[in-house]
Design a protein around this ligand. Structure first.
Ligand code: SPV
Ligand code: MG
Length: 437
């Protein structure tokens, strides 16, 4: 009897999967490797159905002889340990992000013996509709809310980009690049920045946009996207108000809010000490976090405490003292902010903080120290990397140049068009409800 192996990562089983597994089973004794949640999150969104349930689903199929755990993306450990005679896969991996995996399988089977059998990947309207139904579940508040916490458990670091309206939300949702090493990169989550939310309304970043308006914007973004959302809560405002506002965010399906330890008229951190800014008294800020945590209904929604000591030249000791207090008050993570051109002080903070609190997530916003790569930040134990203002800042120069070109030329012809995407492109970029999410 030949030994046949195939991997399965799906959340739902449809006739396309069944057909391919039956064909595999017809060739010998079929072993199915179930991808762990961690491995899945290396190349796509975390699975909706946990590993144990996916295991049970495959184990129940009578034509599957054995079920094993697949805890690497590479097939190497499976091939070296089980020496399958045949590996089965859908033919869709000949191109795209999995093509590298395929080459490795072919190479290993050449060396160690064995054959790769590829079946055409079944895709029809019914399957597309089913998979679309599954995908839309990521937008359900109960599922979206918990997704950030799951990502934190599954990935070393999370990549986040700002969104300040539905359109920029769609950019974060859909941006994807294919790297030379075969990796397909996407953003994991979106940041609703107070700077960008305010600026896009023509207002300064001084906590002028009230919570109702903020919540309208969050809803606007949520309506058209599915990725987890982290909200910039400024100072959180009055504790008595914050305890209500966190409940609203939680109910909507937001994953986390970050509040900064400042008081009085808030100014943007990147002004540093050029403008008057007052840091909150640490115990009262800790109390704000404690009371807000108590007001929550779920364990999924997170409150991160943002420390402004380095921004306001209060020193590392002050930053670390505050971090300890905020964590003991119940903060789910710490955002350490810096306006230096190099990440040295952030790294120093991370090293000391992680030695006391290895499991508490750290968030950074590398706007000024923006030469440092995400991998290096992750290597220092940083769990969430927020690119906080780049869609707003990149759109703005194009808008200004377009306006000036129209004025200069007296028409919106050649010069202005240079800065614009075509009408067809923008129309196609916006999905028609029911077709995409
Ligand atoms: C924001 O994006 O609004 C932030 C980060 O709070 S910063 O602008 O650096 O203060
Ligand atoms: Mg802000």
């Amino acid at each position: 009897m030949k030994q046949v192996y195939m991997s399965v990562s799906t959340d739902i089983l449809h006739y396309g999967h069944i057909q391919i597994m039956q064909k595999a089973a017809a060739m010998g004794e079929l072993t199915v490797g179930i991808l762990t949640d961690k491995v899945i999150s290396q190349y796509r969104r975390p699975s909706l159905v946990p590993f144990e349930k996916r295991w049970q689903m495959i184990e129940a199929l009578e034509f599957v002889s054995h079920v094993i755990k697949k805890d690497t993306l590479s097939y190497r450990p499976i091939i070296e340990q089980y020496h399958p005679d045949i590996i089965v896969h859908g033919d869709e991996w000949k191109t795209g992000s999995k093509a590298k995996l395929r080459s490795e399988v072919i190479e290993l089977l050449d060396q160690l013996g064995g054959e790769l059998v590829e079946f055409p990947y079944t895709k029809d309207e019914n399957i597309n509709a089913l998979e679309g139904d599954v995908f839309r579940r990521y937008a359900i508040p109960e599922i979206r809310r918990g997704m950030l916490r799951r990502l934190l458990n599954l990935k070393k670091s999370i990549r986040v980009l700002e969104a300040h309206n539905g359109l920029t939300g769609l950019v974060v949702e859909n941006a994807k690049v294919h790297m030379d090493n075969g990796e397909e990169r996407e953003f994991d989550a979106m940041w609703i920045s107070s700077l960008c939310d305010s600026a896009s309304r023509g207002k300064p970043d001084i906590e002028l946009v009230d919570w109702s308006s903020k919540i309208d914007r969050i809803n606007e973004i949520m309506e058209v996207t599915t990725k987890p959302i982290i909200v910039d809560g400024d100072t959180g405002g009055l504790t008595e108000h914050f305890v209500y506002n966190v409940q609203t965010l939680e109910r909507l399906g937001v994953s986390a809010v970050i509040i900064e330890d400042k008081t009085g008229l808030k100014k943007n951190s990147l002004f540093g000490t050029e403008v008057r800014q007052t840091q909150a008294e640490p115990d009262s800020f800790a109390e704000k976090i404690h009371l807000a945590k108590q007001a929550l209904k779920t364990s999924e929604f997170m409150i991160f405490a943002r420390i402004e000591s380095l921004i306001l030249d209060q020193g590392m000791e002050d930053a670390l003292m505050r971090a300890g207090k905020y964590v003991h008050a119940g903060a789910d993570g710490i955002m350490i902010h810096s306006r230096q051109k190099k990440p040295d002080e952030v790294f120093e903070f991370c090293e000391s903080f992680k030695s006391s609190y290895p499991d508490v997530p750290i968030v950074v916003v590398p706007t000024t120290y923006n030469q440092i790569k995400e991998e290096e930040l992750a290597a220092c134990g940083i769990n969430v990397i927020i690119h906080a203002n780049h869609l707003l800042r990149s759109a703005f120069p194009a808008m200004q140049k377009t306006a000036e070109a129209i004025l200069r030329d007296g028409c919106s012809g050649e010069e202005a068009e240079k800065y614009c995407m075509s009408i067809k492109e923008i129309i196609n970029f916006i999905p028609v409800k029911g077709e995409s999410i």
